[in-house]
Each structure stands twice: as C-alpha cells, then as structure tokens.
Design a protein around this ligand. Structure first.
Ligand code: B12
Ligand code: SF4
Ligand code: SF4
Length: 389
C-alpha cells in the first residue's frame, strides 16, 4: 500500500479508532484492541530464552527470525500502533469426543475447515485499506500467524485476553478459540489497557496435556507438543512420545478444550471455517490409503495440505499403532513398502504393535534385507528387540 507520510495524521484519533472497531466487527472479527509497540517488553527476552533452550525444536524459522520477532519495531521501524484482532472459531461439539474412537483420527478444530490464513488475511487487507481511506494518511501492514510478530503478548497488551498457562490467549468473552491477526500502522492510535491474568490457581490445561509439554506454567516445550509433532516435525516422531499421542493425527486441542473459560465460548459464525463432515472423525484406513493425488484432492483448501501426504500418513500409522485394533494390521503392513521412508518407518512401528511377535519376526525377515534407509532400518532393529523381549 502506498505510504502517505507527508499528510499529518488526523486529529481525532480516538474517533478514527472507534470507527475502525465498528468496521472490524462488520468484517467478522470478535475481538479488537490497540497496543503500543513497546507494550510487551518481556516478550523478546522470553523468546530468546525459549530458543536458547531449543524448545522450538526443528522450527528453525523461529530462530532465524528471532531478532525481528523480538520487537515489532525491529520488523518495521516506523510502526506507531498495532491493531490486534481476534477471530472466533469456537467448535460446535467437544473436540475431545473423537479421542475415544479408536478407528478414527482426531483433527484439531482449527484444521477441520478451510485454511484460516487465507481467509483472515483477506479480511485484514480489506480492513487496512478502509483504515487508510478513513484516515487519509499513514501506512499499514497486515500480519496473521506467518509473520515474525509475537501475536499473543501483543494481543494481551491490546486487552484482547491474557496468555493462559497453556501459553495461548484466553478471552473472558470467548474462551480459548480465537485466531489472532494484526494490522500495524504508522498512525498513533490510542492504546487500550492490557488484559489481566485470570488463571488464578487453575491448572486444568497443564494437567490435560497428553505429552506433558509444559515444563512450567506459561511455558511450552514445543518438542513434546502433539501439534508440533504432527504438523511441524519432519522426521520420525520420537519413540517415547508415540504411545502418548493416541489417535491425534493433526494438531491437538486438549489444553485449549480443558479451559473453564470456554463456558463463555460460542460457535464460530464463519461457515468456511466450520468443520467439514469428513474431518470430524475420519477413518484411519481411508487416510492410510491416500496416495499423493488422493491426499491433494482430499485436503485441497485445508491447512492440512501444507504438511504433505508423508507426514499425515506417518501420523495415521502412529494412531493405528495406538489403536489396539488387530484389524489395522493388514493396512499398516501394506505401507511397509511405501515409497516414502517416513511412512515405511511409522508402518514398522504400527505393525510391531498390532501383530504377535512371531508374525512380526516373519515380516522382518522378508523386508529388512531390502531396506536402504537408515532410519527405517533402525525402526526394524528397535521393534525387533522389543518384540523379542
Ligand atoms: C510457533 C507457534 C506454535 C508452536 C509453539 C507454540 C507456542 N506456544 O509457542 C506449536 C507448533 C507447538 C504451536 C501449536 C499451537 N498453536 Co501455534 N503458533 C506459533 C506462532 C507461529 C509463534 C508463537 C511464538 O511466538 N512462540 C514463541 C514463544 C516463546 O512465545 P509465547 O508462546 O508467546 O511464549 C510466551 C510465554 O511462554 C510467556 N512466558 C514465558 N515464560 C514465562 C514466565 C512467566 C512467569 C509468565 C507469566 C509468562 C512466561 O512469555 C512468552 C512470550 O510472550 C504463533 C503465531 C504468531 N506469529 O505469534 C501461532 C499461534 C500461537 N498458534 C496458535 C494456535 C491456534 C495453535 C494450536 C492451538 C494449534 C492446534 N490446535 O494444534 C497449538 C496450541 C499449542 C499451545 N499450547 O501453545 C494461535 C493461538 C491463538 C491464541 N488464541 O492464542 C497463534 C497465535 C496463531 C494465530 N495467528 O492465531 N504453535
Ligand atoms: S496442544 Fe496438546 S500436546 Fe500441545 S501443549 Fe496443548 S495439550 Fe499438550
Ligand atoms: S485452563 Fe486454567 S490455567 Fe489453563 S489457561 Fe484456562 S484458566 Fe488458565
């Protein structure tokens, strides 16, 4: 967008902010607030400590952007205010219900509908244009998720809610189910008061985590988080964490869903984000059979397409291995000769949990000699040792 820096900002900035809040609500945003760019001074040092402790795992893009992410002005020196926006995506059912269905996969709420990035970015861009038109001056940039901006502490500073002990933003009015987005501007809009922490003595989210990913309240070790493991982690999932994942095949909502503030949550109104029927409780067998073309067609407009077929089928095989359903053995066995080593390795683990030891030994005798990938060969070795024990 073209800057209009020579024109002075309008004198009625509170009036402009109020008009803009109305426009944001009309665009479908459920939470609105303005933060001063200096209003989250702890965020940068805490990010640095998190990265130094390697809690970002393989997300090297977090470390690579650390300097820019640490302070909004490092991203854009001219910034005078951040308009922080929340978009409600509250589910229409308890997303944990599917965790008990052993032959089904659990997809997290945010990924059951269309990709929110595209949808919210388009809304932010429209709003940013409207802001410039109303102001007649200034410049803007829009951010949602992918930009190196610490959206949660800035949203807290803007009064949208507080960062709960699960580290996500919780709103008194909406509970845990808010996507965040930001419009940065050179207009010095008046900031809102920061939100206060309302967690108190509660620790429901910490206790709900299946993989114990919180080393302390308000801190997450992404390397243990199922969301990270199923979506971001590219290689084989660490063996000790696999049994703890249950049937979670894409993201996880356990800590969000456990929050008592969800009693105020409402269903999201945006139909494009609503759960598609086939993503509520998909059959693990159907997903395990997807080839590249099938995967792309099945998840065309979904955020799941970013992960690619191999990681998704890896996750499905872990869920099969956790299911205790011998009926999945043949399905998992078919993937022992998959062209992708990530899939073959997960298939070895699944089969080792689904068939008796002699049958596993027979399969190993048939496949180990032909295996060229070192990770998959290691899966055969470890599973063989465990089956023999
Ligand atoms: C990296 C990332 C992840 C990683 C790491 C998660 C994390 N908590 O950092 C992984 C892949 C695990 C992940 C998972 C999820 N994510 Co994510 N993710 C991000 C991303 C891109 C960056 C977050 C970040 O900066 N992390 C770095 C850490 C250091 O920052 P932080 O979490 O703010 O850490 C603070 C606290 O630890 C606190 N702190 C540290 N020490 C102490 C000590 C004390 C005493 C106190 C009080 C505080 C404190 O200060 C830190 C700085 O503010 C943001 C988008 C963005 N640009 O912000 C989305 C984002 C956070 N994710 C989001 C979502 C929805 C999810 C999932 C729910 C998806 C799912 N269903 O699977 C899960 C939730 C898991 C969880 N419990 O956090 C939403 C959250 C919306 C909200 N309401 O908060 C965001 C904002 C995307 C968006 N635009 O909507 N995510
Ligand atoms: S998303 Fe799931 S695995 Fe990750 S911290 Fe929350 S409960 Fe734990
Ligand atoms: S579950 Fe409890 S501790 Fe966790 S964010 Fe909600 S109120 Fe805070």
């Amino acid at each position: 967008m073209a800057p209009a820096a020579a024109i002075p900002p309008p004198s009625d900035l509170p009036g402009l902010k109020a008009r803009f809040a109305t426009l944001a609500a009309a665009e479908g945003f459920d939470a609105f607030g303005v933060a001063d760019p200096d209003a989250a001074p702890d965020a940068g040092p805490r990010l640095a400590a998190w990265i130094a402790a390697r809690r970002h795992g393989e997300m090297e893009w977090m470390a690579d952007t650390e300097d820019r992410r640490a302070h909004p002005r490092a991203l854009w020196p001219d910034i005078r205010a951040l308009i922080m926006l929340g978009f409600n995506y509250g589910p229409d059912e308890d997303p944990r219900a599917v965790l008990a269905a052993r032959t089904k996969g659990a997809i997290s709420v945010y990924a059951r509908g269309e990709d929110y990035h595209d949808l919210i970015k388009a809304k932010l861009k429209r709003l940013a244009r409207a802001l410039l038109a109303a102001a007649g001056a200034g410049d803007v940039k829009v951010f949602v998720d992918t930009a190196p901006l610490m959206e949660k502490p800035l949203a807290m500073a803007a009064g949208l809610g507080w960062q709960g002990k699960h580290t996500n933003l919780v709103s008194r009015a909406r509970g845990s189910w808010l996507f965040l987005g930001a419009i940065a501007t050179t207009l010095p809009l008046p900031p809102d008061a920061p939100a206060a922490d309302h967690c108190g003595a509660c620790r429901a989210c910490l206790d709900a985590c299946p993989t114990r990913a919180f080393p302390a309240p308000y801190q997450i070790d992404a390397r243990r988080c199922v969301s990270y493991l199923t979506i971001e982690h590219k290689g084989p999932i660490p063996r000790d964490l696999r049994p703890l994942m249950g049937n979670r095949i894409y993201g996880c909502d356990d800590c969000l869903a456990a929050c008592p503030w969800n009693k105020f949550a409402q269903e999201g109104r945006e139909m494009r984000l609503a759960a598609r029927a086939e993503n509520r409780a998909p059959d693990l067998s159907d997903l395990a059979r997807l080839d590249e073309a099938g995967f792309r067609a099945r998840f065309a407009k979904s955020p799941i397409k970013r992960t690619g077929r191999a990681r998704m089928v890896r996750n499905v095989l872990i869920a099969m291995g956790n299911s205790g359903e011998p009926g999945f053995a043949a399905e998992a066995e078919a993937r022992l000769v998959d062209e992708d080593p990530l899939v073959r390795g997960a298939a070895v683990w699944a089969v080792s949990r689904l068939v008796p030891a002699p049958a596993f030994a027979a399969l190993a005798a048939r496949h180990v000699g032909a295996e060229t990938d070192p990770d998959v060969a290691e899966e055969w070795r470890v599973a063989g040792v465990q089956a023999a024990a």
